[in-house]
Design a protein around this ligand. Structure first.
Ligand SMILES: [Fe+2]
Length: 296
């Protein structure tokens, strides 16, 4: 095992679970590329951990512009995807906004197997120009958000452990594809993601970066809006979890106020007690665009 100092800890953009990745390829040690916490559902599964390492290695070796190599998913992992899709289909019908449902139709992603990032990025790029690029784990907020300015979404490729198909302590390929990749097939949502990236690029202070991260959290990740008098989700963290979609109706809904959202603290490890709700998709699009363009 290599020294910890030979690795860079990738900071978690969603929760506090850290993933290790090689800072220097010469110091690369595939056995310790991914470090799971003892309370991670896959901690005691040696095969799962080995597979996580192989998938992380794809990301470490990836060079932008190249085809993304296929991840070695097992039949059991494809079953996890099927289980999640079965739980999400009725939840989406009930709770997802029309823009999202149109994107699902447009992309036509498989529900009976995990689509490879390579095939997802081909479809998304053809529609709105966004590309997915694999990352070994969670990356620093500035790196993750700035890449959006270039139409690049940094995506994990592993799937959660099969013992907990409806729970994951960290964002996995289900969240990345069902949440982010699908929304990036919407011209307006893809544009907003790019504008987030550009605003983050212009951010000169840690405080400004934090404010933009919170705005991203309460819109792109956990945004809701009204449609036909009902509350619907456009946030990727909601749309990739049937549990989150149910729980959003118990949250305190505040009118969309991006200045307030930029100051609102949140805990990523629990269902969100406070959500910002736009009066419509159009209001959300216009307000977020204006806010991001005005950040200097
Ligand atoms: Fe996310």
């Amino acid at each position: 095992m290599t020294e910890q100092t030979e690795h860079a800890t990738l900071l978690d953009r969603v929760d506090e679970h850290a993933v290790l990745a090689a800072a220097d390829e010469a110091a690369f040690d595939r056995n310790t590329l991914v470090r799971l916490d003892p309370d991670h559902p896959g901690f005691r599964d040696r095969e799962y951990r080995a597979r996580r390492n192989r998938i992380a290695q794809i990301a470490v070796e990836y060079r932008p512009g190249a085809d993304i190599p296929d991840a070695p998913y097992t039949p059991q992992e494809h079953e996890v995807w099927r289980t999640i899709c079965e739980a999400l289909a009725p939840a989406h019908e009930e709770h997802a906004c029309a823009e999202y449902l149109a994107c699902v139709e447009r992309l036509g992603l498989p529900r009976d197997r995990i689509p490879q990032l390579r095939e997802v990025t081909e479809k998304v790029e053809a529609l709105c120009g966004f590309r997915l690029e694999p990352v070994a784990g969670l990356v620093e907020p500035r790196v993750f958000l700035e890449s959006l300015a270039n139409g690049v979404f940094l995506s994990t490729q592993y799937i959660r452990h099969h013992s907990t198909p409806l729970y994951t302590p960290e964002p996995d390929v289900v969240h990345e594809i069902v949440g982010h990749a699908v929304t990036l097939a919407s011209g307006r949502l893809a544009e907003l993601n790019r504008l987030v990236g550009r605003a983050v690029r212009r951010a000169r202070t840690a405080e400004e970066l934090e404010r933009l991260s919170r705005v991203y959290w309460f819109t792109v990740e956990f945004g809701v809006l009204r449609e036909g008098g009902r509350v619907k989700a456009y946030g990727t963290g909601l749309l990739s979890s049937a549990g989150e979609l149910e729980a959003m109706h118990t949250a305190e809904l505040r009118p969309l106020d991006l200045e307030a959202a930029s100051r609102q603290q949140y805990d990523p490890t629990h269902f969100q007690p406070v959500l910002f709700c736009a009066a419509s998709f159009d209001e959300m699009y216009e307000a977020l665009k204006r806010y991001l363009l005005n950040r200097s």
